[in-house]
Ligand binder design. Sequence first.
Ligand code: ATP
Length: 250
Amino acid sequence: MSVPVVLVSDLTRRFGTRTALASVNLSLPQGAVYGLVGANGAGKTTLIKHLMGLLRAEHGSVRVFDRDPVADPVAVLSRIGYLSEENDLPGWMRVDELMRYTQAFYPTWDEGYAEELRRAFALDASAVIKTLSKGQKARAGLLVALAHRPALLVLDEPSSGLDPIVRRDILGAVIRTVADEGRTVLFSSHLLEEVEAVADHVTMIDHGRIVLSAPLDAIRASHRVDDRVPSLAEIFVSHVGARPPSDADA
Ligand code: ATP
């Protein structure tokens, strides 16, 4: 069996007295869509920051493409497309300048695909980024995360700022395409309906602990009561004990 794209072992992270991650174990084999779900403050971003090498594992270990992302950032980051929650793009650049600028960092940048995405996202090439709406900025961030055809696409709460149509139609299609091409997607969300629609595998995190991690089909099958299969939101409540955040909170 090949080495998983992401392998996290016994990762614990504290900020002062607060435990953001508690003995997290996670193995993500190649070629699937992994949904990381949890309420605000559950630890999703902290986990993702470890994968990106933005935080060093203080306790436990993190391997991405079988490398340490802190010790070997170029080898790891060149193969990742990342859209952060903040999505801080240089405001003074035009969309086409952002595309050229990002292209310079990635030998695998696909110009034709980048242009295709720009059109699909209805982004004006000459628009200055700081003048874009939040949703347009999110689309621009998604474009530059995708256009180098990364082996691993990491999206941290990609829906914040995206309107429902973009979320459902574009995000879902993009994520599926990446996985169908044998690449791997990890995306975090507090929107359970969204995760349920697109993920192959779901990991639930609560107060820094993984409370459930399994293929979505297996989760559904194991929570089935007679003929009724509960929604992922209901399953989340049964494990976390709280009402899940809804679409209205996006
Ligand atoms: P959200 O969706 O709101 O970003 P999250 O699941 O991504 O939530 P994290 O951002 O990973 O959650 O935060 C996990 C916990 O760690 C929270 O209690 C948060 O306040 C705390 N935390 C995260 N980063 C820091 C930091 N740099 N300093 C102190 N505490 C932090």
